[in-house]
Design a binder for this molecule. Structure first.
Ligand code: MN
Length: 312
């Protein structure tokens, strides 16, 4: 008997039925700084409504070498900012002006359109954190934008882990942050020892290690790798030999088709083209943010014929 030859077109995601899929993050640049982009990846675009996950730092910042992410637009998503170290000032076209520090959550709902800028200003030290996006469902994605800062989040001890719930609920503990689909985001301080986390079986989940190493169902996961777990699980065992830090992301598989390009989440190329045009032309759709930094130029649309990319 000959075994079937795997097709060259096979899904690049290794399949571990009932087990853990490990996905390498790719390196991307954000305002000149290298980040680990764990989502979207080829073959794994979303985990629930989570559609983007950048892990940045730890990296030194100072007034001479600050975080300086100039004004840029978003549509169709929520941004979730969570720091392990450092501080950043968020400003947006709603007039929000909010410094965020470790333990606090910034949640910006772009809806139809918003502009924001992020800067470390005169902070001197290390910056370490994550920038996550949540795709908005069709029913709310054209809503007016909003911004929420949550200064204190609930936490719960689960064996050798303490979980801080950023959005959604874990082990009966619920974050006050406003989201629009069944999702979970939790920060985990794990180890030394083993933690058993109760999971919502309708959710798919991912573990993103931020510091140290965590065994996820006996597979060792370190920063730069996303461990994906499909729906149908009621619990998850995590172990760490020494203190480690990870994010647990989850949600019901996002059933709507998504089209993501640059800072926009949409459904069609026409929508993406219209959002880009509104940004390039300085249309009211996005408003304006007070910032000393330059507005970020939009790259060219990759599918626009007769124009080069990066024609800003
Ligand atoms: Mn942004």
């Amino acid at each position: 008997m000959r075994r079937p030859v795997p097709s060259a077109d096979a899904d690049p995601v290794p399949s571990h039925p009932g087990g853990v899929e490990l996905l390498a993050a790719r390196e991307a640049l954000v305002a000149g700084t290298a980040v680990r982009r764990a989502l979207p990846r080829r073959g794994r675009r979303t985990v629930g409504a989570w559609c983007f996950a950048d892990h940045f730092g730890p990296a030194p910042v100072s007034p001479d070498a600050p975080v300086a992410i100039g004004p840029h637009p978003h549509t169709g998503l929520q941004t979730v900012t969570w720091l392990l170290e450092g501080e950043q000032r968020h400003r947006d076209s709603l007039g929000s002006d909010q410094v965020i520090r470790p333990g606090q959550l910034n949640l910006m709902t772009a809806g139809a359109g918003v502009v924001h800028a992020e800067e470390s200003l005169d902070f001197r030290g290390r910056i370490h954190g994550v920038q996550l996006w949540v795709a908005l469902p069709d029913t709310v994605r054209a809503s007016p934008p909003s911004f929420e800062h949550v200064a204190e989040l609930p936490s719960v001890a689960l064996g050798a882990a303490v979980a801080t719930v950023l959005v959604g609920s874990l082990a009966g503990v619920t974050s006050p942050a406003g989201v629009h689909s069944p999702i979970l985001g939790a920060d985990l301080r794990v180890g030394p020892g083993t933690a058993g986390l109760p999971l919502e079986p309708a959710f798919e989940h991912a573990v993103l290690v931020l510091e140290g190493a965590v065994e996820v169902e006996a597979r060792t996961v370190a920063p730069g790798t996303l461990a994906y777990l499909g729906p149908g699980r009621h619990d998850l065992a995590l172990r760490a030999g020494s203190p480690a830090r990870a994010l647990l992301l989850g949600g019901t598989p996002f059933g709507e088709p998504l089209l993501m390009w640059w800072n926009f989440v949409a459904r069609t190329r026409e929508e993406l083209g219209a959002a880009r045009r509104a940004w390039v032309e300085g249309d009211d759709r996005f408003g304006a943010v007070v910032s000393g930094l330059d507005r970020m130029p939009a790259p060219g649309l990759p599918w626009a014929s007769g124009r080069g990319q990066g024609d800003g």
